[in-house]
Each structure stands twice: as C-alpha cells, then as structure tokens.
Design a protein. Structure first.
Length: 271
C-alpha cells in the first residue's frame, strides 16, 4: 500500500497583557499510534514542566505547567509522520472502550429538534452504510457554509445549523449530533490535513462513524467539510466526543490580564 510522509510544524503562542503567575496547558499534539500512520520523528517544545499522559481514548498528550512569572507561553510541535490511506476510509483498530461510549451527547453535540429534523432524511436508523453517512456529510457541507470566524469554540452543533455558517469543528459537531439522534456511534477526530498546493494549511477536524456495509462493520473516517473519506493527506492526533475533549491546546492561568493567541500550522509533503 502506498504512503506519504507529511512534514508538520505547529506553533501556538499565548501573549499576556501583564505577568501571569501560573499557567497550565493540556496538549493533544502528538500523533496517535495507529496501524496506518507511523511517527518518524516528533518534538514538542514548551516552557516550564511537561508530563506525558495517555487518556482513556488512547490519545497521547502532555500536561505543561509554568509556575514562574511569565508574559508568554510558546508551544511548538515539529516532526514527520508516514501515513497510509485507509481503504474505503476504514479505520481498523482494537478498541479499549465499549462502542456505546461514543453515543453520548455533549454540550457541543446536543440533539435539538432542529438537528433531529435535519438528520431524519439521511439516518433512518442506528444501522447505516457508508453511502448514507457520506450523503449526510454532503448535506451538512451544503447547509453550513464554511466561514472562518463565524462561530466560536464554544458554539454548538445547533448554533452552526441555525446560523448556516461555521468551520470544520462545527461541521464535525453537527455530524456527531445527527448521529446521536439515532444513537449511532461516532467520534470527533482532531489532526492535520495536507491541503495541496495552496497558500495555507491548518489544524483540521473530522469524524469517525460506525457503519454496517455488506462486507464490513466498523469505523470509517469522514471529512465532513469536504464530504469525503479520509485519505493519506490526514494525520490523526486525537479522538474523543467533541472538540473540548481533544483540543490541541487547552488550559487556564492565574493573572496575565488580556490574552492574545496566535496559531501557525504548516503541513507539507516530505520530498
């Protein structure tokens, strides 16, 4: 099976208007250990103390604490990951958690009447096939136009549906909420995408959903924003119930005043 190697550089910088006396960050910036992707090298650079973790979803992570006065926190992840395309988007893995764990809605993926009505035409029952979930993804892409800044990280699936605008995070949340309307197992995926020969790339979000095809029962991975199956252009960082459970960087601080955050992500094919 052919593969590609992605060269990834991800930097997040927090700058504060005054000195912070303490900050703690939880990172999900380490590629998942999966059969279709192999980390060739990966370096995370942070200030303060860093402790490695492994959560119940099998995501590698880090807890970073900084207890000396500071006005900036700079977090950088750099490395190369070799990736194979999942055949027909199928993600084969041994699950440590029972599948029903991924049928529980969250605040961001709440099933409202509007969500239930929207999904009814595409998800007739808990048992669906690949064609049906791809049709749902295409419907979400058409109903929620992509517009950066239209929503916030606190916006729910219902918010994006009512607004008709959002980003990849919102597309994923709405897809998940639709699946929850029929108790269909589904999970949020955070990671990176190689966007091709264009002038930008960024962190990305998509989904894994449980399907029952005639020749396969299990997870398939779908990029809802592009209404397509995952290919070798995607590097998977973490899976969970929603953005809040797998955000690349998430934390809190004491002091610091106003905060400014900048994020730069570059993804390229290794020559």
């Amino acid at each position: 099976m052919s593969s590609v190697t992605l060269s990834i550089h991800h930097q997040t910088v927090y700058r504060y208007g005054s000195r912070a006396v303490y900050s703690i960050q939880r990172l999900h910036m380490t590629p998942r250990a999966e059969s279709l992707q192999r980390t060739l090298d990966w370096t995370i650079t942070t200030p303060g103390k860093r402790r490695s973790t492994l959560d119940s979803f099998g995501n590698a992570g880090d807890i970073v604490t900084l207890s000396t006065p500071h006005r900036e926190v700079r977090i950088t992840a750099v490395g190369h990951v070799e990736i194979q395309a999942p055949k027909q988007g199928r993600i084969i893995e041994k699950m440590s958690l029972p599948i029903p764990v991924f049928t529980v809605p969250t605040r961001l993926t709440e099933v409202t009447e509007a969500v239930r009505a929207f999904s009814a035409a595409y998800l007739p029952s808990t048992r669906v096939n690949t064609s049906q979930v791809l049709a749902l993804a295409a419907a979400i892409r058409d109903a929620v136009g992509y517009k950066a800044g239209a929503t916030a990280i606190s916006s729910s699936a219902d918010d994006a549906l009512r607004l008709g605008l959002g980003v990849c995070q919102d597309h994923a949340h709405l897809f998940i909420a639709c699946c929850h309307s029929v108790s269909l197992p589904v999970r949020y995926v955070s990671g990176y995408i190689y966007p091709g020969e264009v002038d930008h790339s960024a962190s990305h979000a998509w989904v894994d959903v449980w399907v029952e095809d005639t020749d396969y029962i299990g997870w398939i991975s779908i990029d809802v924003t592009h209404a397509c199956l995952q290919t070798a252009d995607y590097c998977r960082l973490a899976v969970g119930r929603d953005y809040e459970s797998v955000a690349p960087v998430r934390g809190m601080r004491r002091g610091g005043g106003d905060e400014q955050m900048t994020v730069q992500v570059d993804v390229a094919l290794r020559k």
